[in-house]
Ligand binder design. Structure first.
Ligand code: ATP
Ligand code: MG
Length: 368
């Protein structure tokens, strides 16, 4: 592929045909993950811009735990440098990172099997940005649909250089540990395509450290079903919107928030995500937390109205998260242990990052 085509290919990554191809590929990968989990290394991460919420749990954390438990090597990044892409300060970042680590462990990430690490502790990962930035053009970055979307979300704030280049940083996150697989929603396919482009261009432009194998494998997307948990205001639950139910909240706070969640005026409860998004979202939460079926739950509540629905959801969510919350509280009571887990993850990530950077220097003839 010529370099001129790459921008078009990034855009094409979201086209219908390529979406269908990505979906087919994801199904194949899912089958292979079960048959040969040892072949795959997965990277996932979160920006520590706020507390993880139940949308994160059902949209991504539960899947990470599932992959780990299949035997897939799992890397989990707390992307602390990415906090400053669209805001002036870092906020209470240390607390947020350790709170995220406590959430990961409480939800079932096993620090013996998974590597939990932070950007800022891995110098060699960040150094990959320099050669990687030489492989992309400013026009390509400005066209990137994810950069555009993130920028729009900042409400017209001028774009920082770090926001503009964040797909390149994310490519470094994926490629430093040679992850084969990144679980994403379809909106993030262009990102992954950028990482694939960088891997390929590095090979074309700078060569290899060994004759047979490119330094970077081509990472693949594992497309997840778009799960979109709504917050208490009826829009997508997001840590920056103040509409979340945090994983770490207690039962009373959860009850208060669900009580004031937006619903509609029809007393008869029915599952109809297109026409009744708020009521259907509560039914979905009830289904996810009880293992039930949203339509059957709706039938059971019938004319009981929003009050009965909210009581049901509150009980279901609190029962489901009670053991996770108890475990989280235990973990937070032992900060020394959380520090130890993160230090061990960072140490492992540093070994791998330095080995990759060494290969990069060899390929670039910069080994002195
Ligand atoms: P921010 O407000 O900073 O954008 P956020 O709460 O939207 O934070 P992200 O860090 O943007 O969280 O999301 C990380 C990942 O978590 C997403 O890619 C998605 O997989 C999952 N996720 C986030 N919010 C939801 C949600 N409401 N429903 C389902 N999945 C979600
Ligand atoms: Mg978001």
């Amino acid at each position: 592929m010529s370099e001129d085509n790459v921008g078009d290919n990034l855009a094409a990554a979201t086209s219908e045909a390529s979406l269908a191809a990505s979906q087919r590929r994801s199904l194949k990968i899912e089958a292979d993950l079960v048959a040969h989990p040892e072949r795959w290394r997965v990277l996932t991460g979160d920006r520590p811009t706020g507390e993880l919420h139940i949308g994160h749990y059902f949209g991504s954390l539960a899947n990470r735990v599932r992959l780990q438990n299949l035997g897939v090597e799992t890397w989990v990044l707390s992307a602390d440098y990415q906090v400053i892409t669209d805001r002036d300060g870092v906020g209470p970042i240390r607390e947020r990172v350790y709170s995220a680590v406590a959430n990961y462990l409480a939800c079932g990430i096993d620090p013996e099997r998974a590597v939990i690490f932070t950007h800022s502790a891995i110098p060699a990962l960040n150094q990959l940005l320099l050669p990687f930035l030489s492989l992309v053009t400013d026009a390509e970055l400005k066209r990137n649909p994810t950069v555009k979307a993130e920028h729009e979300a900042t409400g017209g704030r001028p774009m920082s250089g770090l926001l503009l280049t964040y797909p390149v940083h994310q490519a470094a996150d994926i490629l430093f540990c040679k992850a084969h697989l990144v679980p994403v929603g379809k909106d993030q396919l262009p990102h992954l395509e950028q990482a694939r482009v960088i891997a390929r261009r590095f090979d074309e432009r700078y060569g290899r450290s060994t004759p047979d194998t490119p330094v970077f494998p081509q990472p693949e997307a594992l497309l997840s079903e778009a799960m979109n948990i709504l917050g208490t205001d009826g829009t997508k639950m997001s840590k920056s919107k103040g509409n979340t139910i945090e994983i770490g909240m207690d039962a009373d706070a959860t009850a208060r928030l669900i009580k004031k969640a937006v619903t509609d005026s029809d007393r008869h409860i029915s599952y109809d995500p297109a026409r009744r998004p708020e009521v259907s979202n509560l039914l979905l939460l009830a289904a996810l937390t009880t293992g039930g079926d949203p339509e059957a739950i709706a039938e059971g509540i019938g004319d009981g109205g929003g009050g009965a629905l909210k009581a049901y959801v509150t009980e279901a969510v609190n029962t489901f998260f009670a053991p996770i919350r108890a475990r989280r509280a235990e973990l937070l009571a032992d900060p020394g242990y959380l520090e130890q887990v993160l230090a061990a993850g960072n140490a492992k990530a540093n070994v791998v990052a330095e080995a990759t950077l060494d290969e990069v220097r060899t390929a670039m003839r910069m080994k002195y």
